[in-house]
Design a protein around this ligand. Structure first.
Ligand code: ZN
Length: 502
């Protein structure tokens, strides 16, 4: 069996090499590649993806996994080898269930749909994309049918990004969260708006980068195993456990955008940099789900980076970096500014408190679409109705309504949004547990020290990579299931104090 296990590792390491090489191409395309390189790059990426796909669906790999399965089941279920074989088997089974012919049709339609959306959105022309979206919905349902035996049609789609989470479970968690959030958002947005004019002054790009770089390094992002560049949309990418890169986008008249993007992406990257080195090249060597990944970016961005304690330490330093902009602004004003809450139409501009309402609207609507409870033609009105009831605002046009996110126009319908809010919920669960285990953490943050928190996250989350599912990680790290209470307590505590709510 050891020989077969070695062969499996060698085969998967080769696939990982091809995928990581493709990731380098993608990183370059989004950072430094000249525009003229686009056509060749698209072709090169597609070629590598095809080779990877062929190797991943090789029947010899399937045979190897079948041979190793009884061995994996004979091992301690928590051992690395058992988990490695089972996760590889799960990935293999998923890939081979989807016919290449379907993938071809899907990619062709996605390119067509994305193009139509890019043209129709500025013109606010939902009619031009309605047919495309109907076809995407068909394809999304067909995709689910390759995984018969599901409890809800959304489950196979959710599995793509948040493996093991079920539609029913997420619906239940989201319904509870919504019940708490809607009145809290209402109470906060009935108060006068926070003044964030100090964040909208001119901030020199070099100075923004220098400050962001300093903070990222201090919270635990390893620059010797990564780097920070600029791109139109911030992202994190990895080429190995020891090369995990982040990007940000600089806006000269917005302090928030770049700074919190850097902290957010550093959170994603610290997770990837912290995976157990012995997992390199295996299917365990990455974050376990979209939700757990987002819990790490949001923990550093919001629970740490937008806390009063964090700015108690960093505000005087920020004032030194930006004396003209912040020299005469009090810490209190600045803290309120970086935590400004407002009713808004656009998800990507939303604040910490209202963000989840945007996400839950999308999740509920996409599940209604999949389940046939909502027709695509009725989507624009259903969207407006939910925005009115949940956020108290609604867009007259569809450009800033159901056409604002690229997700449904360049990917399947279902499974792409829930991770954002699951991540927020888990961020508070993990942070709470870390503080329970190490009560000195809040005082350390006020002193600009993050080693204890980083160490706890590395021990309980980072190092495991994909060894455990999201629910297993939560259970092992906190001793209980995924619950919303710590997250609600965090929001109530923070915004209750900021807005002097009863
Ligand atoms: Zn993220």
């Amino acid at each position: 069996m050891q020989g077969k296990l070695q062969e499996l590792k060698a085969r998967l390491a080769e696939i990982a090499d091809i995928d990581m090489a493709n990731a380098v191409l993608g990183w370059d395309q989004n950072t430094w590649m000249p525009g003229g390189g686009a056509a060749a790059r698209g072709r090169q990426s597609a070629t590598l993806a095809k080779i990877s796909q062929e190797k991943m669906t090789d029947p010899a790999l399937g045979k190897l996994l079948d041979d190793l399965l009884p061995y994996a089941e004979s091992l301690d279920p928590d051992s690395n080898d058992a988990r490695f074989i089972l996760v590889a088997k799960r990935d293999y089974d998923k890939v081979v269930k989807i016919p290449p012919e379907f993938i071809g049709r899907l990619y062709e339609h996605m390119a067509d749909s994305y193009q139509a959306w890019a043209e129709a959105r500025p013109k606010n022309d939902f009619a031009a994309v309605q047919g495309k979206l109907e076809k995407t919905l068909d394809l999304s349902r067909q995709f689910a049918e390759y995984f018969p035996g599901y409890e809800a049609i959304g489950d196979p789609l959710i599995d793509l990004s948040d493996y093991g989470m079920k539609t029913a479970e997420i619906r239940h968690i989201f319904a509870e969260l919504r019940k708490e959030l809607v009145p809290l958002v209402q109470a906060v947005t009935n108060q006068p708006l926070a003044d964030d004019s100090c964040l909208k002054l001119y901030y020199a790009p070099e100075a923004q980068l220098a400050f962001g770089r300093e903070v990222a390094a201090q919270i635990g992002y390893q620059f010797e195993n990564g780097r920070l560049d600029q791109s139109p949309h911030p992202f994190t990418t990895r080429f190995s456990i020891n090369d995990v890169r982040i990007t940000t986008r600089i806006q000269e008249k917005d302090f928030n955008d770049s700074f919190f993007s850097i902290v957010h992406e550093a959170g994603h990257a610290m997770y990837e940099q912290g995976v157990d080195q012995s997992y390199e090249g295996t299917h365990l060597a990455s974050g376990t789900s979209a939700g757990v990944h987002e819990s790490q970016s949001r923990l550093w961005e919001n629970l740490v980076g937008r806390s009063r304690g964090f700015w108690t330490h960093y505000y005087p330093i920020a004032q030194k970096h930006f004396p003209a902009q912040l020299g005469n602004v009090s810490l209190d004003t600045f803290y309120r500014a970086v935590n400004k809450v407002q009713r808004s139409l656009i998800r990507t501009d939303a604040d910490e408190l209202t963000y989840n309402l945007h996400v839950m609207i999308r999740f509920d609507l996409e599940m209604d679409l999949l389940e046939g409870k909502l027709a695509v033609k009725d989507l624009p009105d259903a969207w407006r109705e939910r925005y009115r009831s949940d956020l108290g605002v609604a867009s007259e046009d569809d450009r800033d309504g159901c056409m604002q996110d690229v997700h449904w126009y360049a990917g399947l319908i279902g499974g792409a949004f829930q991770g954002y809010t699951l991540g927020n919920i888990m961020s508070a669960l993990f942070f709470n547990q870390a503080v329970r285990d190490n009560p000195q953490i809040p005082a350390e943050i006020e002193g600009g020290k993050f080693g204890t928190l980083y160490g706890w996250l590395r021990e309980h989350i980072y190092r495991h990579g994909r060894k455990y599912t999201a629910n297993e990680i939560v259970e092992k790290a906190t001793g209980g299931p995924m619950v919303i209470d710590p997250y609600i307590a965090h929001l109530r505590g923070k915004y209750g104090e900021l807005y002097e709510l009863p």
